[in-house]
Design a protein around this ligand. Structure first.
Ligand SMILES: C[S@@+](CC[C@H](N)C(=O)[O-])C[C@H]1O[C@@H](n2cnc3c(N)ncnc32)[C@H](O)[C@@H]1O
Length: 391
């Protein structure tokens, strides 16, 4: 059950003799975003350790000691949570891909909901009244949902990186992947030519795609339905920054008179432009540089802005452009709660109110949290009078 210790970390004293690692019995509280449970050592230092459920007691072995906190590996659970279940994957605990297979799915969902609210508060200073978090949307599939995986090839082995390190964990089968993807993995592992390569490779159920696509089809359909509901009834203009191949824009285009997508990946832009409606256009380049121009082209009184950035969040220059020409409504699709919290705080300092933040579980068993935030512009004279209904 315990995650294997990283080679060499804290193993030897300064003279080079093997040194026993400190072990402690710890009562853990919450599990933080990223998957580590948080507890305290008898000397008051905070301890972070993986594979532990909220409220469990466990023996941990210290692997890294800093001034104010330590990291530990799980040795033994001494008081299990009622939510604990046996993890079905043989690589679990060693492979770094999953963090929550030891938790029943409803407990995973509750955890992510709590972690999102905690991150909004810690990073963005956003209390529930500033950014109300709605109930999390569950994934229809708990396993077998991924239509693509990225595996590493090293020294003739195919696998994923180990938890907390770059050691390769060879794998034959990934329980998160769809059967077609596992068939590709088996083919790659058996191919002697490819096994001589070093690097990484993305195995996709749909091999024609060379640009970003959502990894969990059935949960992505729920995310799309949520975005459609938040964008309802539509309006004059839609600006979709970070639009990829236009997956969201194309679903929303019947509701808007004019739709503009911004994207810097030329394969994605090519795919987006392959099929366009008369009210749909794309600008290729950096969203930070193009957003001001796109908002200037859009209807100032009735624009919906979609933001679906990578994990780094929205560039500061792009947020400046949004504050300079504030759209009526913003729908922010985030794959990282900390950058979402930072960007919502910045937008709230401009003329916006956060109506709701809804987590959507696109990645069951993993620590990832996706969330969709709805913001509305606060016009002079309407402060304190919400224009968009939170429900
Ligand atoms: C999370 S994906 C979302 C794509 C699309 N909304 C979808 O769901 O298919 C983020 C997209 O932003 C693009 N991107 C990242 N940084 C960018 C930037 N600075 N300017 C323009 N596009 C960017 C990436 O190429 C990627 O297609």
């Amino acid at each position: 059950m315990a995650r294997r210790a990283q080679d060499g970390v804290g193993r030897r004293s300064e003279r080079g003799f093997p040194r026993a690692r400190e072990r402690h019995q710890v009562a853990f509280g919450e599990v933080a975003f990223g998957g580590d449970a948080v507890g305290r050592l008898p000397d008051g230092r905070v301890v972070f350790a993986p594979l532990i459920a909220p409220g469990e007691e466990a023996v941990v072995e210290v692997t890294e000691a800093r001034k104010n906190f330590v990291r530990g590996n799980l040795v033994e659970i001494t008081r299990p949570s009622p939510e604990r279940i046996p993890a079905p994957c043989p690589y679990y605990g060693d492979c770094g891909g999953c963090s929550y297979q030891h938790l029943a799915y409803p407990a995973q969902l509750a955890l992510k909901q709590t972690q999102l609210a905690a991150t909004l508060r810690r990073v963005g200073r956003l209390e529930p009244t500033d950014a109300p978090v709605r109930p999390i949307v569950a994934s229809p599939l708990e396993y077998g949902y991924r239509n693509r995986i990225t595996v590493h090839l090293r020294d003739g082995e195919v696998g994923f990186n180990a938890a907390g390190g770059r050691r390769l964990v060879p794998i034959k089968h990934c329980l998160l992947a769809q059967p077609e993807v596992n068939a590709l993995l088996a083919g790659l592992a058996a191919d002697p030519r490819r096994r001589r390569e070093d690097g990484h490779r993305t195995l996709r159920a749909d091999r024609t795609r060379r640009f970003f696509t959502q990894a969990n089809d059935s949960a992505a359909a729920l995310l799309l339905a949520l975005v459609e509901q938040l964008a309802s009834p539509g309006g004059a203009s839609l600006v979709d920054a970070y639009c990829g191949a236009g997956w969201l824009l194309k679903a929303l285009r019947p509701r808007f008179r004019q739709c503009i997508g911004l994207e810097w990946d030329r394969y994605a832009i090519e795919a987006a432009r392959a099929e366009v409606a008369p009210n749909e256009s794309y600008l290729e380049g950096d969203a930070a540089a193009l957003l001001g121009e796109a908002l200037a082209q859009a209807d100032a009184t009735d624009t919906t802005l979609l933001l679906d950035p990578p994990a780094e969040g929205v560039a500061a220059a792009a947020l400046d452009a949004v504050v300079a020409r504030p759209p009526r409504r913003i729908i922010y699709v985030s794959c990282h709660p900390a950058t979402l919290a930072r960007d919502l705080a910045r937008l709230r300092a401009g003329p916006f109110r956060v109506v709701s933040v809804t987590p959507v579980d696109l990645f069951p068993q993993t620590a990832e949290i996706e969330a969709v935030a709805l913001l509305e512009r606060v016009d002079p004279g309407t402060e304190g009078k919400p224009q968009i209904n939170a429900d």
